[in-house]
Every structure is written in structure tokens, then in C-alpha cells.
Design a protein around this ligand. Structure first.
Ligand SMILES: Nc1ncnc2c1ncn2[C@@H]1O[C@H](COP(=O)(O)OP(=O)(O)OP(=O)(O)O)[C@@H](O)[C@H]1O
Ligand SMILES: [Zn+2]
Length: 769
């Protein structure tokens, strides 16, 4: 979500929170009313409890200098123009991180206390309620840092760190034996009467036997026993657990090979040193292990060590649906202490997992990027698996990079940071201490990769590639475009089918029978004839995964963003005796299938064609990762798997290194090239996109902004229209990240308040991917 500026927001509400003051009675009454008029959620329960205990927000003298009496509160609103913090009276028992409800203009808003102060120059109101959720102070600092670091707002960042709003604890009835029934028979005498002196039916006896427990369907029967004083029943919080995250078979730990042992040892040493004062960068590692080298096992054992030392751990994976194996392995080995947080959970499940972490009941959190915000204390270890994956970069505002946040949290807590990959980013290669796993864990060989020159070849698959696919028992085929055909064109007049909201072609999806825009989701019926000339010969161009699946021999499993049950497809492929898995880059992510003999890249040049300084890096990663899925689990005696890469640029540097599994050679050259061209990691890029439904206004805003941006800013450059908005891009390449980001923030904020900014969307991205 980017910043839209509500007209006049700053002028209307900006300072209201700092003026006037409601008396204590009013504030309490309000909290009370709200609490009783709704269902009991966390916030209301907390407010009631405080009022009952006489802890209502108390008015204090503002010139009492010895104790903080003022809470600086950041209201949780999305508008960029509302910028806190605002001063309120500090309620008893509140501290930095407390979440309160505040009167704000005519509204009541949730807000987070970000600072305390001794006094304020304003007459202050009291918060109308204190909610029973609070953030650890570390996470408040994180939100404030992040807002600056990615040019977002504090409110948006704080919101990311809080558990879902509006869902309370789930309450169920809990029953226990009482009175005479509570007396246990002598344990060593199996013939003893179980409930001496109590007359019971067989059913009632069975019921008592299963207690203590939730009442469930037996409530009525239990109530009768309660009436006889044999059972007590009381409401209790009943945690929601994300049970659909597979626990997996409780596999034992394999014996580590010498490389893995060394890696775990180094991490353990760092864990022992962590929390002390290690030298700069001493506790930040890159685990560079070839594909299939057993990195997960190293993470697991390092995490076990951290837990044993009384610390907590975070484990980030790129996407949960694609990495069920990793999560399952952590859960089966470490058990209940593992929490999962991700968007696939229900609100209630997320709330309960959040609280398990906050209370310290769970001490390790595994999951996708948002896991980096898990509210653990005593953080000892932060792991980022497949660190090269661009899924770690958030699309909407705040456009944070989970890897950067991971590094921040590790530093802030004196924790050890480990990022791992077979194809690390140049940034990590340059900055971190390297631990290598140079061999496959199963002792097998890396697959042989061959580049297949397809210049002049008109078929989708070169003959030899097709033959190899026919012969292979199990294969994986990569094509990074989904749909059936990526564009349609009238063979007679050249008319093409474009999205009405975006300047892009519509993609034909034959399975669902529609033309679809991949940028805004617009759909329409596929044409029978050309609307411009009436011709019925409409050409289909650009091969997508859907059509490719049709070209492949044998049993085909397709995996791309159009497929709903992605983990199901992966599982079925895994269990199948033979077949081909075809799909976009998601088939190349960390999967561990034991018996894939062949990997094929259909169009290796697709990523190379992108006009982007990262195109080589991406191509290398994609091809090397795809190659890494083949030949696993074969062991030293297994037949060597092969990988065929179709390309029109067989001399390309990235492809040649990928074919040799030579990440080291690729990175050394790539870093040298970046140094010469002054690209990241030797500089920082900041991109600002100015978007408006009106093209002139997008251009005008971009020009004004450009004037205020630091010297050297390039643009405005038109970028294709998207979701009905014209776009202009400004790009800054800067030597010093901090000052560049600060300058861009100042420029953006200076435009945001102005009348010309109406309807303008500004999307700032630091280190665009
Ligand atoms: N010491 C070991 N002995 C035998 N097998 C092992 C050992 N360590 C790991 N394995 C197995 O090796 C396989 C590959 O491990 P893992 O998936 O962790 O590799 P990886 O390094 O993460 O690879 P990728 O980068 O391709 O995702 C798994 O099936 C794992 O169970
Ligand atoms: Zn569109």
C-alpha cells in the first residue's frame, strides 16, 4: 500500500491530540461503556480489569519532574500526513510499547507509546483505554528504525509488529474432578474401587476417567456431575494451534558429516561469544553450501544449541507453501516450542501463536518474512534460509527487506546471524564471514549441466532435450512465464489485446478460459475475432507454463502462481514414481526430492533480457538452483543426474558459471563488475515512483520532487501505466545510504503535505529488487 494523502488531513487532526483535556471521569466512563457494549475482546477485558482495580488513567501534575508522566503516542493510522508522536497522560503501569486507545480529534484510535517524557507543554488528555497487548521495547525501536530506513511511517511499521486486532482469546470450558471423585484410588492396587463411596453409571465413570479436560460434547452430563459436587467446570483460554502445518514424522537427527560438524561448531562458538562483545562482524555468517549439502541440518542443530543456552531463535524461509519440509523438520525435532507465523493462518491462530512467543511458551519461530517480527525475548540466533530469494523483499509499503531487519535484530540483541544459500547475493558474500559446505550431504555428485544452444531452433524443446525428457523417470522443467500464451495479436491488422488499466498485454489462460492482466487482475473473455478488422485469425504468442505442460511427454505436474494447492502438487510429485514437474521459478526453490534425474531450463535467456543490473545475478541463481534439484538422494553410487539449459547466449558468463556450479567464480567477477560500475553493494539505490491517474499531474509531481531530491537523481522517466495510474520514476544512486535515505525522506515529506499532492501515490523503495 502506498501513501495516499487524504485532503487536509494534517490541518484537521494533526494537533488535536495535544490540546484540551477530558477529565478523568469522562475517560473512564467511555472505556467502561465500550467495554460492556461489545463482546469481550482483549482490549475490553483489560480496560475493565484496570477500572475494577482502580487503575484508571490518573491525571498527574505535568511539572512533576522526577517521574515520567507523559506518554508519547503514535496513533495507528495509515495516512502519511498524520505524524506523531502526540502527548497524553501516562496511565499507571504503562511503558514504552504499551498499546492504548486515545481520543484523537473526533475519533478514537489505537496507538503505541513510543517514548516517555517528564513533562509536556500541552494540557493533556488521558488515553481512553489501555489494551492488554504490548510490544517489547526492542520491537518499538525496530519500528522506529524501520520507518526511517525504508521511508515509511512509524504507524505502518508498528502495525506490522502487533498481533491481529479485533480477535480475542478463545474461551472454552474446562472440567476437573472434585470432591469425593478427586480422591485417587491407591495406585498400586488395581482392584481398588476407583471412586469409593460414589454411585456412578458406567458412562459417568468413563467421563470422570477422562478428566481433567475440555467439556466438549459432554457438557450436559458433566453439569449433572458438577451438581453433585463431583466435578468443577470453569472457563479457560484455549489456544488455537495451526495444526494444518504438518508435524511430519519424528525423524531422528542424522550423523553430521565433518563439514556440517565444523559449521555447527563455529556457530556454537559464536553463540557462546554472542551477548558478550565480539569484534565487528564476528557473529554474522554466510553459510555457503552447495545445493543438497544439508544446510537445514546445520540450522536445526545450531537452533537446538541456542535453545539449550536459554536463548530464542528465528528461522526465516522464503515462502511457507513451498517450504513445508523445513517447517515440518523443525516442528518434528523441536516440538511445541516451535511457533509458526504466516498469513495462511486464521486471525485467531496468529494471535495465539504471537502470544505463545510473547509469553515465552514458544521459543523459536519458523516462517516467512514476517517471522522476523516475532515478539521473542533473549534472541540468540537469527537464520535466513535461501537468503538470495527475492521473496524477502516486501512489495507494499513499508517496503522492508526481511534480511536487513534480521541483521538489525541480531545486532540489537547480540545474537548470531546466519544467512544460507547455494547462490548467495554479492552483498552477503562481501560482508559476512563465510562457512562452506562444499559437498552434497548424501555423498552424491553434483549433476552435470550442459548449455544447449537453441539459436535457429523453432520447436519449444530441442530434439535432444525432448528425448531426454521422454527417457527420464522423474524430471523438473523450468519456464518462468505462466499462462497459455503471453500475448495475442491479430494476424491481419496487428491489433493486440491490452489491459485497459495497464500498458501491458493480456495473457491467455486456457484452463480458466480468460485473458488476464498479471498486474491488476483485470479479466475478459478471449476474442473470437479482431475488434479492429473483424479477422478471425488471432495469433497466440509467447509460451507459458500452461501450454508447455501440454507439450511434455508423460505424466505432468504443474506448479505456478495460478495453482492453488501448491504444497499438494509438490507432495504428489514427490510421491509419484515417475513424471515431470513443470513450472515457474517456484519449482527451483529449496525442494528436496530424492529421485529427480533430469532438470531442464526451457528459456534461460528470459531473465538475462531484463534491463537491470541484477539480471546476471538472477540468471545465475535461477539456473544453479534448478540444477540443484536434480540428482539428490542418490548417494555416492547413484547414477549422475543431468541438467540441460536451452539458451541463445551459450557464452554468457552467468550461465557458464552456473553450469560449473561455480558460485565463487561468479561472485568474484560480479563483484568486480559492480565495483567498476558503482552498483550495490558499493552504492545504494533509492527509487521513487510518482503515480497519478492524470498523466500531467504524475509528471508535474515528479518534476517538483526531482528538484528537492539530492543531486544526481535521474528522471523522471516514464514507466508503463499500471492499475489505472500513470507512473514516473526517479532513481538515486548514492555512496552513503543513511544520508541519501534521509534526503529522499525529506523531499517526499515536503511534497506530501501540499495541495498538488492530492490523488498522488508516492512509492519509495530503498534497494529495489
Ligand atoms: N549428515 C547427513 N547425512 C545424511 N543425509 C543428510 C545429512 N544432512 C542432511 N542430509 C540430507 O540431505 C538432504 C539435503 O539437505 P538439505 O535439504 O538441508 O540441503 P540444503 O543444503 O538446504 O540444499 P538446498 O540449498 O538445495 O536447499 C536432505 O534430504 C537431508 O535430510
Ligand atoms: Zn491491468
Amino acid at each position: 500500500m502506498a501513501a495516499t494523502i487524504p485532503p487536509g488531513a494534517a490541518a484537521d487532526t494533526g494537533r488535536n491530540g495535544r490540546t484540551g483535556g477530558l477529565g478523568r471521569g469522562r475517560a473512564v466512563a467511555d472505556a467502561d461503556e465500550r467495554a460492556t457494549s461489545r463482546t469481550l475482546t482483549d482490549r475490553n477485558v483489560a480496560a475493565l480489569a484496570r477500572i475494577a482495580a482502580g487503575h484508571a488513567p490518573r491525571r498527574r501534575s505535568c511539572d512533576d519532574r522526577s517521574v515520567p508522566a507523559v506518554a508519547r503516542v503514535e496513533p495507528l493510522v495509515t495516512a502519511r500526513a498524520v505524524r506523531g508522536p502526540f502527548d497524553y497522560l501516562l496511565p499507571d503501569g504503562c511503558d514504552v510499547g504499551s498499546v492504548v486507545e486515545i481520543p484523537f480529534g473526533r475519533q478514537r484510535l489505537r496507538g503505541v507509546i513510543t517514548e516517555l517524557a517528564e513533562r509536556s507543554e500541552h494540557r493533556l488528555k488521558a488515553p481512553s483505554a489501555v489494551l492488554d497487548v504490548s510490544l517489547p521495547p526492542e520491537l518499538v525501536r525496530l519500528a522506529l528504525w524501520m520507518a526511517d530506513d525504508v521511508v515509511s511511517t512509524r504507524a505502518r511499521c508498528l502495525e506490522l509488529l502487533l498481533p491481529p486486532d479485533g480477535v480475542g482469546e478463545r474461551i472454552r470450558l474446562w472440567a476437573e474432578r472434585a470432591g469425593e471423585a478427586a480422591v485417587d484410588p491407591a495406585a498400586d492396587d488395581p482392584d481398588a474401587e476407583r471412586y469409593p463411596g460414589v454411585r456412578l453409571t458406567a458412562n459417568q465413570r468413563a467421563l470422570l476417567d477422562r478428566l481433567p479436560g475440555w467439556t466438549g460434547d459432554d457438557l450436559q452430563a458433566l453439569r449433572r456431575l458438577e451438581g453433585r459436587g463431583l466435578v468443577t467446570i470453569e472457563p479457560r483460554g484455549h489456544g488455537r494451534r495451526p495444526d494444518h502445518v504438518a508435524l511430519g514424522a519424528a525423524a531422528g537427527a542424522p550423523v553430521l558429516n565433518p563439514d556440517q560438524l565444523l559449521a555447527v561448531q563455529r556457530l556454537e562458538d559464536a553463540l557462546r561469544g554472542a551477548g558478550g562483545t565480539p569484534g565487528p562482524g564476528e557473529d554474522r555468517f554466510l553459510l555457503h553450501g552447495v545445493t543438497g549439502s544439508g544446510k537445514t541440518e546445520v540450522y536445526l542443530q545450531a537452533a537446538q544449541r541456542a535453545l539449550a543456552m536459554g536463548r530464542t531463535a528465528l528461522v526465516l524461509v522464503p515462502e511457507i507453501a513451498l517450504t513445508p519440509q523445513t517447517v515440518a523438520r523443525f516442528r518434528s525435532r523441536l516440538g511445541e516450542t516451535v511457533a509458526v507465523l504466516h498469513s495462511g493462518l486464521s486471525k485467531g491462530e496468529r494471535r495465539d501463536e504471537w502470544w505463545r512467543l510473547r509469553r515465552g511458551e514458544a521459543r523459536i519461530c519458523v516462517g516467512p518474512m514476517s517471522t522476523v517480527f516475532a515478539p521473542v525475548s533473549d534472541l540468540g540466533l537469527v537464520i535466513v534460509d535461501e537468503e538470495h530469494d527475492s521473496a524477502y523483499k516486501q512489495d507494499g509499503d513499508p517496503r522492508y527487506d526481511a534480511r536487513r531487519v534480521a541483521a538489525w535484530r541480531a545486532r540489537e540483541n547480540g545474537a548470531v546471524l546466519v544467512v544460507g544459500s547455494a547462490t548467495p547475493r554479492p552483498e552477503s558474500w562481501n560482508a559476512l564471514r563465510r562457512i562452506g559446505l562444499p559437498r552434497r550431504a548424501d555423498g552424491g555428485e553434483m549433476p552435470a549441466v550442459r548449455l544447449v544452444d537453441v539459436r535457429g531452433i523453432r520447436t519449444v524443446l530441442q530434439r535432444e532435450v525432448h528425448q531426454a525428457l521422454t527417457d527420464a523417470r522423474k524430471a523438473i522443467v523450468l519456464l518462468n512465464r505462466r499462462g497459455w500464451a503471453t500475448w495475442l495479436e491479430c494476424a491481419d491488422c496487428g491489433h493486440s489485446w491490452e489491459c485497459p488499466n495497464c500498458d501491458v498485454s493480456l495473457v491467455l489462460h486456457r484452463g480458466s478460459g480468460v485473458l488476464r492482466c498479471h498486474h491488476c487482475g483485470h479479466v475478459e473473455h478471449p476474442p473470437r475475432q479482431c475488434p479492429a478488422c473483424g479477422s478471425v485469425s488471432v495469433g497466440q504468442h509467447g509460451l507459458g507454463t500452461e501450454q508447455l505442460a501440454d507439450h511434455l511427454p508423460g505424466h505432468v505436474f504443474r506448479l505456478d502462481a495460478d495453482v492453488r494447492d501448491r504444497s499438494g502438487v509438490l507432495q504428489r510429485f514427490q510421491e509419484a514414481d515417475h513424471g515431470i514437474l513443470v513450472g515457474t521459478q517456484m519449482i527451483a526453490k529449496g525442494h528436496d526430492f530424492p529421485d529427480v534425474e533430469l532438470g531442464v531450463v526451457v528459456d534461460a535467456d528470459a531473465t538475462l533480457r531484463f534491463p537491470d543490473f541484477r539480471s546476471q545475478e538472477r540468471t545465475f541463481q535461477l539456473v544453479a538452483q534448478l540444477a540443484g534439484r536434480a540428482g539428490r538422494g542418490g548417494g555416492p553410487s547413484g547414477a549422475r543426474a543431468s541438467v540441460l539449459v536451452q539458451t541463445r547466449s551459450p557464452e554468457d558468463r552467468a550461465l557458464r558459471h552456473a553450469a560449473r556450479h561455480d558460485a565463487h567464480g561468479f561472485l568474484v567477477e560480479e563483484l568486480e563488475r559492480r565495483r567498476q560500475l558503482d552498483y550495490p553493494p558499493f552504492s545504494t539505490l533509492v527509487r521513487v515512483m510518482c503515480e497519478h491517474e492524470d498523466e500531467d499531474r504524475a509528471q508535474a509531481a515528479a518534476s517538483v520532487l526531482r528538484e528537492r531530491m539530492p543531486e544526481g537523481t535521474l528522471g523522471p522517466v516514464p514507466v508503463f501505466r499500471r492499475q489505472g495510474r500513470f507512473r514516473r520514476q526517479l532513481l538515486l544512486k548514492a555512496a552513503h545510504r543513511g544520508s541519501a535515505v534521509a534526503a529522499v525522506r525529506a523531499a517526499v515529506e515536503s511534497v506530501v503535505g501540499t495541495p498538488g499532492a492530492r490523488g498522488l501515490v508516492l512509492a519509495v523503495e530503498v534497494d529495489p529488487r
